[in-house]
Design a binder for this molecule. Structure first.
Ligand SMILES: [Zn+2]
Length: 353
């Protein structure tokens, strides 16, 4: 082969390799999409199969559905195979009608009937039922402990409809010494405590996403035995509001990387940030938004902190007055975690722990 041809062939190989890296070949790709204090987290398996956890808020001219579709298309999708609704609050399930207007959805997974005592947002559940009645998408209800009935992912429901899984995950289930002094919170009587929480396994790593699961159910998962054990990546429950993400849950799971889907006026409680920062194996915490200073108007009614509690700028997707930027995570087949801040373009590499 002539040198020029060899150079061409080599450059083709290099290009192909670069393209494979860019597309995350063999990797699990995750996008924490900014829906401003709601949830929309997109998982794409190496096979191309997709799982969207929650759909953001309704209204706003389809802002959240547009952001989800933009992320999906950028990641190479033309449809979403599965949408998992953790629960029926408007910041999670409200975006369903606008989403299905914009992109086909194969199947919805959920925890079953809406919790009847919850006074919040019954309309969103009714609108979801109308979407299912249209026949365009299937509906499957998942029980705690079930393996998720979806292709491409190794995932289990750790919680659903107020219950948690009976059995511990393989390798977990040891008595938890942290339980002795941990408070036993009152039972949540809204949709949050019904959350369909999931744990995914990939490349020997564990990824947890509890939706808005509350501290009472979190305690059932880790006391008296820790049924989950250490995890590598945590989508921080309930946007970092302090009636979820209890110290015992975070310290028992000891995530290495945590992503908080807070809004500019919601979540990111001081105590949750402090707990994550002091958690035994933590390497990085990312926030989707800068939390406002203490004393700012706060419709969520949670305790928020001064700017000194926010993560450094490089771990922040959306500083004050900005929105819409994602945190993208790639888990490689050899178990490394790469986290990219869409705003800064910076990617941080966390080798297998
Ligand atoms: Zn929520």
């Amino acid at each position: 082969m002539k040198p020029s041809r060899l150079a061409f062939a080599l450059s083709t190989v290099v290009l192909a390799a670069a393209t494979a890296v860019a597309q995350g070949k063999g990797s699990l790709r995750i996008a924490a999409i900014d829906v401003e204090g709601g949830q929309a987290t997109l998982f794409i398996a190496p096979t191309g199969q997709s799982l969207l956890v929650d759909t953001g808020w309704p209204g706003r001219n389809g802002r959240d559905a547009d952001r989800i579709v933009a992320a999906a298309k950028e990641m190479g999708l033309t449809r979403i195979d599965t949408v998992l609704l953790t629960h029926y609050h408007t910041d999670h399930a409200g975006g369903v009608p606008q989403l299905v207007d914009r992109i086909p959805v194969g199947t919805f997974l959920d925890h079953g009937d809406r919790y009847p005592q919850d006074p919040n947002s019954p309309q969103d559940y009714d609108d979801y039922l109308k979407v299912i009645a249209s026949g365009k998408s299937k509906r499957v209800t998942v029980k705690a402990g079930d393996k998720l009935p979806i292709a491409g992912f190794d995932a289990i429901a750790i919680s659903s409809a107020g219950k948690v899984m009976d059995a511990a995950l393989p390798g977990a289930g040891k008595p938890n010494a942290l339980c002795a002094n941990a408070p036993a919170p009152a039972e949540d009587t809204q949709e949050n405590g019904q959350s369909l929480g999931i744990l995914l396994r990939f490349a020997g790593l564990k990824i947890v996403d509890g939706g808005d699961l509350t501290s009472d159910r979190e305690r059932m998962l880790v006391c008296p035995a820790n049924k989950i054990g250490p995890v590598d990546l945590m989508i921080v429950s309930h946007h970092g509001i302090d009636w979820s993400s209890s110290p015992i849950f975070i310290k028992s799971l000891a995530p290495r990387v945590a992503i908080m889907d807070n809004g500019s006026r919601k979540g990111a409680s001081t105590s949750v940030i402090d707990t994550l920062r002091s958690s035994p194996r933590i390497e990085a915490l990312y926030q989707l938004h800068l939390a406002p200073p203490a004393g700012s108007p706060n419709p969520g009614g949670t305790k928020q902190e001064g700017p000194d509690h926010n993560v450094p700028d490089e771990f922040l997707a959306n500083p004050a007055g900005t929105d819409g930027k994602r945190i993208d995570i790639t888990i490689t087949p050899n178990g490394a975690i790469d986290v990219r801040n869409e705003r800064t373009g910076d990617t941080k590499h966390f080798p297998r722990g």
